[in-house]
Design a protein around this ligand. Structure first.
Ligand SMILES: Nc1ncnc2c1ncn2[C@@H]1O[C@H](COP(=O)(O)OP(=O)(O)O)[C@@H](O)[C@H]1O
Ligand SMILES: [Mg+2]
Length: 376
C-alpha cells in the first residue's frame, strides 16, 4: 500500500498529481521566459492556480524570478500594494536581511512588521504598512522593476484572483495607474488570472477598459477525459484497488470534467470501493458528493426569485439559448421578454450560470445534478 494520498483537491495539484495541460504549460513557459504579459481565465476549480504554480516552479531561476500573490483578500488599492510589495520583496530574495535592505533602498519610510505565521507552509508573513500617506501608487508599482534592475534579472509577477481588482473602489482609476506603470517596465511581466469570467472578460476584452489587449489571453478548458481516465485508474491501482475504465469515464462525464470534482468524486468512489469499483459504488459516491455540497447549494439558491428558479429549470431541461421565445417563456414561466436579460445577468452575477458559444448552462455541474433532483 502506498502511504501517499491518491487524490488531491482543495489545494493546487502539484508534482505527480499535476496531469495534462501540456499545451498550456508550453505557452506559459514561453510567455514567462520571454516577458510576455498573460491573462488566464477559466471557471473556478479548473486548475488556474495549479497551472501557474507548476509553471512558476519550472521557470523560476536566477535570471527569471517568478513571484506569486493572491489578490483574493484585497479590498482596496493599498491592500493590493501591500500584498504586491511583500510578495515581490520576499520572493526575490533568499534571506530576510536581503529583502530588508531592498525595502530600505526602494521603499523608504517603511515600518515593516514581521510575524511568524502559525501556518508552517508560509514561514513568515510580512506587513509593510504602506498607505497613501507613506507612498504614492507609482512609487510602489515601480518596485518590481527596480528590484529586477538591481538583481540583473527579469521578474514575472503572477496575480491570482485578479478580478478582485475590478471590485476596488474607483477601480478604473486604479487599473489605469497600474497599466500606465506596468507597460513601461521592460524587466517585469505580469500574469493575471481569475475565475469570475464576466468580470475578467470586461477588464480585458472591453475597449474602454485600461487592460484592454494587455497581453496574451488564454481561456483554460477542462482537462479531457482521455487524460483523466488513465490517471484515475493508476491512482486506484496504487492503493491496490481497481477502477474499471468505464467507471472512470463516468466520473469525468458526471462532473463535466471539472478538475476539482473529478478528483473529489474519484476519491469518494475509492472510499466506497471494496476491491473493484462497481456501478453501485459509483452511484453511492455521486450521492455522497451531493450530500457534501448540499448546504452550499441551498445557500446559493434559497434567495432566488421564482423567475430565477424557473430560468434554472429551463436550463436543466436543456434550453440553452431560446429563452426569449414566447412558447419557452410560457412553458417555464419566465415572464415578459424584457425580463430575460435581467434574469441572465442576475444569475451570471451570482455565478450560478455561465455562457459560451453553445449558450447558457449551470456554472457548477454538481449543482446542476442536485438542482435536477431537488426541483423536478
Ligand atoms: N493539472 C491538474 N491535474 C490534476 N488535478 C488538477 C489539475 N488542475 C487542477 N486540478 C484539481 O482541481 C482542483 C482545483 O484546482 P485549482 O488550480 O485550485 O483551480 P482554480 O485556480 O482554477 O480554481 C485542485 O485541487 C485539483 O484537485
Ligand atoms: Mg485558483
Amino acid at each position: 500500500m502506498c502511504k501517499q494520498k491518491p487524490f488531491v483537491f482543495g489545494m493546487p495539484a502539484a508534482n505527480e498529481y499535476f496531469i495534462g495541460r501540456e499545451k498550456e504549460v508550453k505557452r506559459l513557459v514561453a510567455n514567462f521566459t520571454n516577458g510576455i504579459n498573460t491573462i488566464l481565465i477559466s471557471p473556478r476549480r479548473y486548475g488556474k492556480t495549479s497551472l501557474v504554480k507548476h509553471v512558476a516552479q519550472m521557470v523560476n531561476s536566477a535570471e527569471v524570478k517568478v513571484v506569486y500573490l493572491d489578490a483574493f483578500a484585497c479590498r482596496s488599492e493599498y491592500d493590493f500594494y501591500n500584498q504586491l510589495s511583500a510578495a515581490v520583496l520576499q520572493q526575490t530574495s533568499t534571506k530576510i536581511d536581503e529583502w530588508r535592505q531592498t525595502a530600505a533602498d526602494f521603499l523608504s519610510r517603511l515600518m515593516p512588521k514581521i510575524s511568524f505565521s502559525p501556518d508552517p507552509s508560509q514561514e513568515i508573513s510580512l506587513s509593510l504598512g504602506i498607505t497613501a500617506k507613506t507612498h504614492t501608487p507609482e512609487a510602489v508599482l515601480a518596485l518590481p522593476q527596480q528590484i529586477a534592475e538591481k538583481q540583473n534579472c527579469r521578474i514575472v509577477v503572477c496575480i491570482d484572483e485578479f478580478q478582485q481588482i475590478g471590485e476596488f473602489p474607483d477601480s478604473l482609476t486604479v487599473q489605469k495607474r497600474m497599466r500606465s506603470v506596468w507597460q513601461h517596465q521592460n524587466r517585469v511581466s505580469y500574469c493575471m488570472f481569475g475565475s469570475k469570467k464576466h468580470l475578467m472578460n470586461t477588464m480585458f476584452q472591453n475597449r474602454s477598459y485600461p487592460f484592454f489587449k494587455f497581453g496574451d489571453m488564454l481561456f483554460l478548458e477542462s482537462i479531457p477525459a482521455e487524460t483523466w481516465v488513465p490517471f484515475l485508474c493508476q491512482q486506484f491501482a496504487k492503493v491496490g484497488k481497481t477502477l474499471p475504465e468505464a467507471i472512470a469515464r463516468k466520473i469525468c462525464e458526471t462532473v463535466g470534467c471539472n478538475s476539482q470534482y473529478v478528483q473529489q468524486l474519484a476519491y469518494l468512489t475509492l472510499l466506497n470501493t471494496d476491491k473493484e469499483a462497481t456501478e453501485a459504488d459509483f452511484e453511492a459516491s455521486v450521492n455522497d458528493l451531493l450530500v457534501e455540497n448540499e448546504m452550499l447549494f441551498i445557500s446559493q439558491t434559497e434567495k432566488l426569485t421564482t423567475f430565477q428558479l424557473n430560468f434554472l429549470r429551463a436550463i436543466k431541461s436543456g434550453i440553452r439559448k431560446d429563452f426569449g421565445f414566447a412558447d419557452v417563456r410560457d412553458e417555464y414561466g419566465l415572464g415578459s421578454a424584457s425580463n430575460i436579460n435581467r434574469l441572465k445577468s442576475a444569475l451570471v452575477e451570482r455565478e450560478l450560470i455561465d455562457y459560451d458559444i453553445e449558450g447558457y448552462d449551470f456554472a457548477d455541474p454538481v449543482m446542476k445534478i442536485w438542482f435536477g433532483r431537488k426541483f423536478f
